[in-house]
Ligand binder design. Sequence first.
Ligand code: GMT
Length: 379
Amino acid sequence: MSADSLRIGVACFSTFGGSGVIASEIGMAMARRGHHVVFFSDRPPARLDLSCRGISFHPVAALNYPVPAQSSYAVSLAAEMVEVARTEKLDLLHVHYAVPHAFGAHLARQVLGATAPKILTTLHGTDVTRIGADPKFTSLVRFAVLAGDGITAPSHWLAEEAHRQLDLSRESRIEVIPNFVDTSRFCPDAKAPVARRVVTHVSNFRLLKRVEDVVRIFARVRGEMPAKLHLAGDGPERSHVEALVSLLGLADDVTFFGERVDVAKILQGSDVFLLPSETESFGLGALEAMACGVPVVASNVGGLPEVVWDGETGFLAAVGNIEAMAKHVRDLLADPDLHARMSRAARTRAEELFQLDPAVDRYQAVYRRLVGGASHRTV
Ligand code: GMT
């Protein structure tokens, strides 16, 4: 390690969601730049490559005592952070998703006192729009977010929402660092056959993703032309979605891939990406699809308009407007010129605005600023 290398702790979810992907990608990129990066999670995050030099992983173990009836993850996380911060002399803790990670980091910092690392909190979405917006939790989330030294968000929309929902004063600066994609891994597959008419959706199958809308949109498309639907991911709504697929007689044309690490390969085999979510702070899956040259049809909510350009890299429609989204998908599948134009525009936009390295440069600059003594109140 060189003298200006940082020692960074990262707390994130291990699941397939976008926050864990972004945390893993930033951590691996920091390690490639010579920083020492320690990950904290219940198990290794799905897309984290532990063979990367400079990366280590510390499992957050549950309390090994039967009295606390429910898991106390924030307490276990804080305990792990305290131990590792002392042994590894961490400069900074970067926590992804405020709950419970910002709480764990704050608790660790109280214990560590003067030698404590700085804390950067990256808000991701429902930590603000669901948990933070719940009156019972607003004050706690606000407290945890403000207790750190820096705050980032992946879209202007989420930064605004955080100010509003958490009642943050304008002195608390939230830096917007858009999510990003590795365009060398997520790229069009030149060898893929054309006009396969494959529609794809990737998510964690939570209610807010409206995966049933995906199936109903596909049913309307399939009623007018041969097409296939590829569904990747897993989550609480999966059994309902499977039941709907059977009910609509679509089983022969729908494939459930489950949770997959090779998302790029699934996207490369797609013609249209569907994301009809009820809310989305950014929509990382949409960006990954665009990088693969796949136009996106999505709902016009949250940070999605900052990612998908309506009419250029795909189409946006009101939440729940199944008819409009089905029409957009049909137009894309039926018109090779339109599809080729939007495919090129999607790839170009991903390359021009959402590359990995410039985003990591910005995170690195924030790290250095915080370790140098700045905070969200002073920048
Ligand atoms: O906030 C969530 O519901 C979970 C989170 C995740 O771990 O995937 O998703 C959010 O963060 C992603 C990465 O920044 C964004 O791409 C997603 O749009 C965002 N989800 C929501 O806002 C619903």
